[in-house]
Design a protein around this ligand. Structure first.
Ligand SMILES: [Zn+2]
Length: 248
């Protein structure tokens, strides 16, 4: 399996960067998981959007889905000029209503699937099987375990939640949000986020093989964030880096 990081910042990017977005590929199956502001431009450096099989949005906060609106225009153009024949399946949570009302207007470009309605919260897309798990966040949010020849687990946005440890069990690569430094940790439970140390602890308890942290606050020093994650993990931790490809 391959993970290409399209964006790693939250809630706004550094100069030239993008908010959360990931291209995940296994054989001929290519999906996007989250697609925040700036991701569409970077996607095109590496991959032709016409070949996507699905987009899965963990939750409808702008830093995780805003470029769906940009993608919609590109899909519209490709359906019009015949360079793509089919609508693109778009999986997303059923709230907030105000965002859903906007997105349902784009049924000509997207085939919409509300994730609460997916049977057993499992989705099959090409060679990939996705298992969803609701997280602790102010809006409905799903973490996802993606299984193909290997296993990727993505935490999405979440406060500390034992269910994420279960979901991540034995993953080959765990992509986990690490929004907060220890010095600011009183912020995490009310905002529904993890400290880097907590991200490391979840990864250690889940016995994952490789931990990549993401969802970085642009004002932080990322070296400190990584050190705190490594203390929790008790091993080396990688920082998600835009444009980089992780093969596992
Ligand atoms: Zn969020």
């Amino acid at each position: 399996m391959e993970l290409r990081v399209l964006g790693c910042w939250s809630p706004y990017p550094r100069a030239g960067g993008s908010c959360s977005g990931y291209l995940i590929s296994e054989g001929e199956t290519h999906i996007l998981v989250d697609f925040g502001s700036g991701c569409f431009s970077r996607l095109q450096r590496y991959f032709d959007f016409r070949r996507l099989q699905a987009v899965v949005i963990s939750h409808l906060h702008p830093d995780h889905f805003l470029d769906v609106f940009t993608l919609r225009y590109a899909l519209r153009a490709s359906l019009w000029n015949g360079s793509r024949q089919e609508k693109l399946p778009l999986y997303l949570p059923g709230e907030p209503a105000v965002e859903i009302e906007r997105l349902v207007q784009y049924r000509e470009e997207f085939d919409l699937h509300i994730m609460e309605e997916c049977s057993g919260l499992a989705i099959n897309i090409g060679d990939l099987r996705l298992q969803l798990c609701k997280t602790e966040h102010p809006v409905t949010t799903f973490a996802v375990r993606i299984e193909g020849a290997s296993t990727l687990v993505y935490s999405a946005d979440t406060a500390w939640d034992p269910d994420i440890i279960k979901l991540a069990e034995g993953a080959d690569l765990f992509l986990c949000e690490a929004s907060v430094l220890e010095k600011d940790k009183e912020y995490v439970s009310k905002a529904g986020h993890l400290t880097a140390h907590q991200a490391g602890t979840i990864a250690r308890e889940a016995g994952v093989k490789r931990l990549v942290i993401t969802h970085f606050f642009p004002e932080y020093d990322l070296k400190t964030l990584r050190l705190e994650a490594e203390e929790g993990f008790n091993g080396p931790v990688e920082l998600a880096q835009e444009g980089l490809r992780y093969i596992f």
